[in-house]
Structures are given as C-alpha cells and as structure tokens.
Design a protein around this ligand. Structure first.
Ligand SMILES: [Fe+2]
Length: 257
C-alpha cells in the first residue's frame, strides 16, 4: 500500500442506553451513520482512531462501544477524554482490536497516543510519565509521527474552549520541538473542524460524530453542522492528506426531541 488511510471518529459520547441523547442528538445513531459513510468512502483504511470522550460519563457506554467497534477486524486506537472513565475504559476495551494509548506502527508511520485525562477536570494535562513516554517513543523511532490526544494543545480562538485545553501545552511542544519527524498532531474535544500549522507540524481538530460546537465563540454554543469524521491519508514521504466528511444522511439527522 503506497499510502495508509486512517479514519478518525471522535467524541462519540455513547451511553449504555441505545437512545441516549446529548444536546438533542442520539449519539449511537449518529456514530453508526458516520461509520457507515466512512466505510463506504474509504474501505481500505488501516486503522480507526478515536480521540476521546468515547462515553458520556456512563461506564455502560463502553459495552456499546465494544459492540460497535469490536468486530471490525481493524485496530481501534483510543485515547481517553474528560468524559471517559479510564478504569472502566481499560477494563471493557481490553485486548484486540482495541489499543488504548501506546504507539501504533505501520507503513513507515507511528501514531503516538497520549493520555491527557485529568481527574475532576474538563481540561487536560499530560503527566510527567506521559511526557517521558512521548519523548521515548519519538527517540526510539524516527519514522514519521502523528501524535494524538483528546485536548487541544493550541488556542482555538474560542474563549471558553481555550480555558479547557491542554494545561501544560508548553511541556508538550518542548518535546515535539526536539523531534523533527513529527508530521502532525490530531485531537478531539473541541467538536469542530480546524487545520493549522506550527513550524513543520500540521495541526488537526476533528468534529464530533454527534453535535458540534460553534467555532470562534466566546461562550459555549452549539453549531448546527452535522456529525462528521476525518480521513487521514499518510504517505511514505511523510506528507498528510486529510479531509473532514460531514454526514447528512437521513439516519444521522439531528433529533428534534
Ligand atoms: Fe467531547
């Protein structure tokens, strides 16, 4: 395969109940619609990437997550978000196809997954141990790297979101600046599409598979954009092609109730 396709599904916010709703959206319904669209458009994906908030504060949501993702025969790469329950997540998603944290190597790339969960906080922080693991992973392998975490490590030009990002982003960037083979950083949490660049590192935020937040808003505000996912195409030369796909199929319509 000359390139490797990765599908990112983020912030599904599942509940144990199939009809659980968050901000007017049935999160199980929209996730399934988004996945169906992604698999139809990109059947040759090498792995799935889920960048946090797998559940909405409900440990039974992991059973549903396992039902949806467990039989896909592709690696399901996960990091926790602020609405996750890390112990329950690790217990329910133990073993293949799930990988929580660590590094995934394939096709001349490494995907480094970081845990930015901080108990009792909406914002995130990388522990000293996690920062050291990041540095070690990037030291041990010089293959092209895509680094993933839940919380945004740059400002999103949104006052309320910028108060709940990665608290120690300077520590994160200090390590990345030492490793020139980092090609991109991808996150969830902000429920909106964003692309940027910091030096030679490309930056990607991805909309939720459910409801979205209004970009650029000073206060919490919901956007009317539909559920979405992101496709990454990672090339051997280290270049990244990517596109957000918004899914407006009837099955993914916003519930009105
Ligand atoms: Fe979220």
């Amino acid at each position: 395969m000359p390139v490797m396709n990765i599908l990112q599904f983020t912030d599904p916010h599942l509940y144990g109940r199939i009809d659980g709703k968050l901000r007017g959206v049935e999160t199980d319904t929209t996730l399934r619609a988004v996945m169906a669209d992604a698999f139809a458009n990109c059947p040759d994906h090498a792995a799935l990437l889920v960048t946090g908030d797998l559940v909405q504060d409900d440990p039974a949501g992991y059973i549903r997550f396992r039902q949806i993702f467990g039989g896909l025969q592709k690696p399901v790469l996960c990091v926790p978000g602020n609405h996750d329950i890390p112990d329950a997540m690790r217990a329910e998603l133990r073993g293949a196809p799930f990988q929580i944290g660590g590094t995934f190597h394939a096709e001349g790339w490494q995907i480094v997954m970081l845990d930015s969960y901080e108990e009792g906080e909406v914002g995130g922080r990388l522990s000293q141990q996690e920062l050291e693991r990041l540095d070690d992973a990037l030291t041990q392998s010089s293959t092209h790297a895509l680094v993933c975490l839940h919380h945004h490590p740059v400002h999103m030009r949104s006052r309320w979101l910028d108060g709940i990002g990665l608290a120690n982003a300077e520590d994160f960037w200090r390590i990345l600046d030492l490793h020139r083979h980092v090609r991109g950083v991808a996150w969830g949490h902000v429920h909106q599409d964003f692309q940027g660049q910091r030096g030679s590192v490309r930056l990607f935020a991805t909309p939720s598979t459910g409801a979205q937040f209004l970009p650029g808003s000073d206060k919490f505000a919901i956007d009317s954009r539909p559920p979405a996912y992101r496709r990454f195409t990672l090339a051997k030369d280290g270049s990244i092609a990517t596109q957000v796909h918004w899914v407006t199929a009837p099955a993914a319509r916003r519930a009105t109730g």
